[in-house]
Design a protein around this ligand. Structure first.
Ligand code: T46
Length: 186
């Protein structure tokens, strides 16, 4: 497994060791011991999620103000541009974002600790997105930041309007008081 630190501390890009042979390939998509050693703590994942989206769909930017979720995300079909935004108010990179291309081909995973907003844009005809979370879904605590917030200025690789859910189309602006009030300490 290769691990790359990104411009925001604690967000990690993970490239698993892939064993190929004339049948195809095998790789460990998750190993608790390796992951705990990597992040330096014994995190427990309590939920697995799986979504499928068409080209141009953008899901996000979502976070939970209570029960913040750490997410270990990967793509098993297609390709996405995956983004994490630092909402940890004590962080020197508060309000900064990182983006990585994750695909079934590159098999890369992104570890996004609790305290981040998360979203992705589908770059392929369709994409299947799998992720593990360190806390449960809590709809009453879920918040959304608009994908093209001018303060965040995320450089999404799209020059048309993405396909958004109704919720995401009317999401909040970043410098919203609640975000600062609700921004996460982890
Ligand atoms: C997230 C979630 C959703 N749902 C239900 C609620 C809705 O009836 C339906 C679709 O939910 P939503 O439109 O919020 O799904 P996404 O837009 O993919 O949301 C996700 O988008 C970005 C990428 C994230 O990082 C979050 O994990 C999550 O917010 O699934 C559940 O039952 N459990 C869940 O954990």
């Amino acid at each position: 497994m290769k691990v790359k630190s990104l411009e925001i501390a604690d967000v990690l890009l993970i490239e698993p060791t892939v064993y190929g042979d004339d049948r195809g390939f095998f790789f460990e998509s998750f190993n608790q011991a390796q992951f705990s050693a990597l992040v330096g703590q014994d995190l427990t994942f309590v939920q697995d999620n799986h979504s499928k989206s068409a080209r141009g769909v953008l899901r996000g930017l979502h976070y939970q103000i209570k029960q913040p979720q750490g997410k270990l995300v990967r793509v098993v079909d297609g390709e996405v541009f995956d983004v994490a935004v630092d909402l940890r108010k004590a962080s020197p990179t508060f309000g900064k974002w990182v983006g990585e291309t994750l695909s079934a081909d590159n098999k890369r995973q992104l570890w996004i600790p609790a305290g981040f907003a998360h979203g992705f844009l589908v770059l392929s005809e369709s994409a299947q997105f799998l992720y593990k979370t360190t806390d449960f879904y809590s709809p009453e605590n879920e918040r959304a930041i608009i994908w093209n917030d001018p303060t965040l200025n995320i450089r999404w690789p799209i020059d048309t309007m993405p396909i958004l859910s109704r919720k995401d189309a009317v999401a909040q602006a970043f410098p919203d008081a609640e975000v600062f009030a609700g921004s996460l300490d982890s």
